[in-house]
Design a protein around this ligand. Structure first.
Ligand SMILES: CC(C)(COP(=O)(O)OP(=O)(O)OC[C@H]1O[C@@H](n2cnc3c(N)ncnc32)[C@H](O)[C@@H]1OP(=O)(O)O)[C@@H](O)C(=O)NCCC(=O)NCCS
Length: 218
């Protein structure tokens, strides 16, 4: 099975309420999710999501133990401009509170604007059914649309699952030592057509949506 295969994305239609920016998708096990830009109003969702992650997952994401996030950190994670710092989250559309299920972000390098450091996080109960792939594809598509060419991932050496995942997608090792593995994922389309046709198709599908999530075909 190719990365991305089996995931479905559903563009917004013209009847969707305007506050519902983003798009809907169906995960590999049939779970519906909504993907949308992170906003300042998502601070509680980040905090609540953290409570549904194991200490090990939190350590892999932040490279340190985190019991709770400071208000400064929450501002950094949610008050984003979607240009220098792009962040999208997945929420449960069937939950009246639309709690968060995962989040992905890309923060541009201050010196090389075409390179950005990225991170993907999925809360533990939703792992293994394609949400991480969907979030990664969303950030790759949005980043590429905004001129980002390289997604740089900083991964702890023991986080083998993620190292293997990025390498299967064609990521190049920039640094590998006992403290850190740096991997660069080339966001240009031809690179993926070879290594990951389904992931490539997924990013193209998301890239073809309008900024508000509607299909250009409508
Ligand atoms: C990394 C993470 C986002 C993946 O989320 P996810 O929703 O489980 O991802 P997916 O279901 O899309 O799977 C992604 C890949 O990992 C593989 N994978 C997922 N769970 C796996 C498991 N238990 N064992 C082996 N491989 C697994 C999948 O097969 C897939 O690879 P493929 O597409 O080549 O088949 C999630 O594990 C996480 O939040 N980890 C903690 C934070 C972290 O480490 N982030 C990355 C560094 S910033």
């Amino acid at each position: 099975m190719f990365p991305g295969e089996g995931l479905q994305i559903h563009p917004r239609n013209t009847e969707s309420p305007p506050h519902e920016a983003g798009f809907h998708a169906t995960l590999l096990d049939g779970t519906p999710v909504r993907l949308r830009p992170v906003t300042a109003a998502d601070k509680w969702r980040i905090e609540e999501g953290l409570s549904r992650m194991s200490p090990g997952s939190i350590y892999h994401r932040f490279c340190r133990n985190v019991a709770e996030l400071s208000s400064r950190e929450l501002r950094y994670l949610t008050e984003v401009d979607q240009v220098r710092h792009i962040a999208w989250g997945a929420v449960d559309p069937e939950d009246p509170e639309e709690r968060g299920l995962g989040v992905a972000r890309l923060v541009r390098d201050t010196e090389i604007a075409s390179r950005a450091e990225g991170a993907v996080t999925v809360i533990d109960p939703y792992r293994g059914v394609g949400l991480g792939t969907l979030l990664l594809a969303t950030l790759c598509a949005l980043g590429r649309r905004q001129g980002i060419r390289t997604f740089r991932a900083c991964i702890l050496p023991e986080n083998q699952l993620v190292i293997d995942w990025f390498r299967r997608l064609g990521a190049r090792t920039v640094q590998e030592d006992p403290t850190l593995v740096l991997l660069d994922l080339d966001l240009s389309e031809p690179a993926w057509r070879q290594t990951s046709p389904a992931f490539s198709g997924l990013t193209r599908g998301i890239e073809s949506l309008q900024p508000d999530g509607q299909s250009k075909m409508e």
